[in-house]
Design a protein around this ligand. Structure first.
Ligand code: PMP
Length: 430
């Protein structure tokens, strides 16, 4: 498969964009090859600058759930853009999107729109600190909550891919109040709660981790965190930037029956445009300016074009109700990957939660970051490249999630399994 134009664009990008990209994981350094440059996408397919077509399981890192260029969303964006891109005033569509989100997510009574997942998390944590008057935060090793200073410790996503324990440019004081424990380790949280309980403002967690590859919560883990928060008077924050509207219409909180105090959202709720949101208990949200003293604002927050896209996306998603079809197709993909790897003699663990899936190249079951780190990233790279050459696009890192969308068909899943079977045989020899 020829990717000469992508190569040329990359050389050009390197001259003006740092490492040729606007977000580190797009550099493909996690899979040891120059990045693919996209030209357009439609449904379940993405086309690169050379005209190659890929069956897409990256899905813009989970932001796309109805397939690319979904007609309702495209129309909504056109319609909105014609009426002006931004006003700096409130609009009816902001109410509509907020109402759809509230209706879906049991933990949200009031919310605010922002422009990215990072911004949602940053704002939610400031609010949690402002509401409780406490400083400390508990996060989990391998969970990624965006690139806000306070949470750039033992984070997943690009930091896992590039082997960075923390980020430069973050003074020690900024993370001094961030306590990190292994995912799925309730005992570790219990001991922190005993030692620091009175000082902990919030526990924040990806209810299904996606940024160290997919790692579902152990039975009772999320319920246990809820109880600890209640006991010590801390707020429980579910970061549903990835899982919201992905694993169920009501997110992981509805799937597992967990009531958070605050929820953060992003990705799907913008229909593919830049977005974030945070919301939760009305008494907590009332601490925000202008009624409360916790400041948070944004010129582009609730942008009308984004709101139109988001409403179109959520309405179409609600109507499609694709979650049992996702379950069926992704279970088939999971089983197909397991069988094909076993046949080729390639040790593989497949973790899955609804339409989120990761194949880890390791013998060890993956339940946290340490077990996930036993995966062979070099092998994943080789697998990724074999799949790409067969026209299947996966996330360009061992420690990221792959996603399904409503446009993927049973035949697409069979094609992915067949391609994986050939790819496993090819890498088994290496
Ligand atoms: N939280 C989670 C769980 C995420 O997966 C991400 C992004 N992958 C973020 C926060 C940050 O979102 P953004 O990239 O929109 O800033």
């Amino acid at each position: 498969m020829d990717r000469l134009i992508s190569r040329k664009l990359y050389d050009r990008a390197l001259k003006s964009l740092v490492a040729g990209v606007n977000s580190p994981v797009r550099s493909f350094s996690g899979v040891n090859m120059p990045p693919v440059f996209a030209a357009r996408a439609e449904g379940q397919h993405i086309f690169d600058a050379d005209g190659n077509r890929y069956l897409d399981f990256l899905m813009s890192w989970g932001a796309i759930i109805l397939g690319h260029a979904q007609p309702d969303i495209v129309q909504a964006i056109h319609h909105a853009a014609r009426k002006g891109a931004t006003y700096g005033l409130s609009t009816e569509k902001e109410c509509e999107l907020a109402e759809l989100i509230k209706e879906a997510l049991p933990g949200i009574e009031q919310l605010r729109m922002v422009n990215s997942g990072t911004e949602a998390v940053m704002s939610a944590l400031r609010l949690a600190r402002g509401f409780t008057g406490r400083a400390k935060i508990i996060k989990f090793d391998g969970c990624y909550h965006g690139h806000w200073d306070g949470l750039l410790v033992k984070a997943g996503s690009g930091l896992a891919t590039f082997g960075l324990p923390a980020s430069g440019g973050v003074p020690e004081g900024f993370t001094a109040e961030t306590l990190v424990v292994p995912f799925n380790d309730l005992d570790a949280v219990e001991s922190l709660a005993k030692e620091h309980g009175h000082a902990i403002a919030a526990i924040i967690v990806e209810p299904i981790a996606g940024n160290m590859g997919v790692v579902p919560p152990a039975d009772g883990f999320l319920q246990g965190l809820r109880l600890i928060c209640d006991r010590i008077g801390a707020l429980f924050i579910l970061d549903e930037v990835m899982t919201g509207f992905r694993v169920a219409w009501g997110g992981a909180q509805r799937k597992y029956g967990i009531m958070p105090d605050l929820t953060t959202l992003g990705k799907i709720i913008g229909g593919g445009l830049p977005v974030g949101a945070f919301g939760g208990r009305a008494d907590v949200m009332a601490k925000l300016a202008p009624i409360g003293n916790v400041y948070q604002a944004g010129t582009m927050s609730g942008n009308p074009v984004v709101m139109h896209a988001g409403v179109a996306a959520l309405q179409a998603l609600k109507q499609a109700n694709p979650y049992s079809a996702f379950e069926h197709r992704s279970a088939r993909l999971e089983a197909g990957l397991r069988q094909a790897a076993a046949k080729a003699g390639v040790p593989l663990q497949v973790n899955r939660a609804g339409a989120m899936i990761t194949a880890f190249f390791t013998r060890q079951p993956v339940c946290d970051r340490a077990s996930g780190q036993t995966a062979d990233a070099t092998r994943y790279s080789a697998f990724f490249r074999e799949m790409l050459d067969r026209g299947v696009l996966l996330p360009p890192s061992q420690w990221e999630a792959a996603f399904l969308c409503t446009a993927h068909t049973d035949a697409d899943i069979e094609h992915a399994v067949q391609s994986a079977s050939e790819a496993f045989s090819a890498i088994a020899q290496s």
